[in-house]
Design a protein around this ligand. Structure first.
Ligand SMILES: [Zn+2]
Length: 278
């Protein structure tokens, strides 16, 4: 029931705010229901915080962002495959947790995947508002705001804040659940905010690195504009410029959430073992 209500609410708000296509809205609803059924309300609320916070920043100064580049244009509502790239791995982890191994490490990995997605989302939506021209990771070339793989100080700070927040939300929700069940919170989970920050930044920096190097970039002759898509937002086909054409922003988002999950789960274990007890 909770999954249906939260999922329905998110899907409806996202659709109304022109952030989701109808397919994207259905994907959010289905993902939320599966996660709630498989793993429970702590997991669904963590997903809610992640998606709602990204949606909030996506709406923030939306009119201005639409003048920057195609990613922010009116037609660029997220479709079901773009939602799948962001929450597909978290859904798998929820199924793994619910059906096979209800272990803390899987929960930490789930929070890490969400933290990476949040860091990437906040970093993109806030970084693009930076007054300074962002730079490509590694080559440090200055590029226009909104370029794939570009990073700015504002975007990095937003990413750190986002991933810490998701880790903290994970800890807080676990603490409430433990309190309701009159159980103690596992000491290792007190490291979750720090671990999620490390994992989230590892994921989102991997995202920027791949965006700056391997991602397929195209060019629209008509608009004289670089693009990330085979068909430009004006509706005309684009020409490849660099990178692997099969590696799109969606593929990179999936990698981002995989890296976030692995690094966060590892960091929780490592910090709990060597960082001392609380
Ligand atoms: Zn065009």
């Amino acid at each position: 029931m909770l999954g249906l209500v939260l999922g329905g609410l998110l899907a409806w708000l996202g659709y109304r705010a022109q952030l989701l296509s109808s397919g994207g809205a259905v994907a959010v609803l289905v993902g939320m229901v599966i996660i709630s059924l498989a793993a429970g309300w702590v997991w669904s609320l963590a997903l809610l915080v992640t998606l709602a916070s990204i949606g909030f920043w996506a709406r923030f100064r939306q009119g201005f962002k639409r003048t920057i580049n195609e990613r922010f244009r009116e037609r660029a509502r997220l479709g079901w495959w773009q939602i799948l790239a962001r929450i597909g791995w978290p859904v798998m982890l929820a199924l793994l947790y619910g059906l096979l191994t209800p272990e803390r490490g899987v929960f930490a990995a789930y929070i890490g995947a969400l933290a990476a997605t949040a860091a990437d989302g906040w970093g993109t939506e806030l970084g693009v508002l930076s007054n300074q021209e962002p730079r490509l990771l590694i080559s440090r070339i200055q590029v226009p705001a909104g370029t794939a793989g570009a990073i700015s100080i504002l975007g990095l700070v937003a990413g750190v804040a986002a991933s810490w927040l998701i880790g903290f939300a994970g800890l807080l929700l676990t603490a409430v659940e433990a309190w309701l069940d009159q159980l103690a919170v596992a000491p290792a989970l007190f490291w979750l905010p720090v671990a999620a920050m490390i994992g989230g930044m590892a994921g989102s920096l991997t995202d920027s690195l791949l965006g700056a190097t391997a991602q397929g970039i195209t060019y629209c002759e008509h608009c004289k504009e670089r693009s990330e898509y085979r068909v430009h937002s004006c509706g005309r086909p684009t020409q490849p410029v660099r990178g692997w054409s099969w590696l799109t922003n969606d593929g990179i988002n999936l990698v981002c959430s995989l890296v976030g999950a692995a690094v966060t789960a590892g960091a929780v274990t490592w910090l709990a073992r060597f960082g001392g007890r609380w």
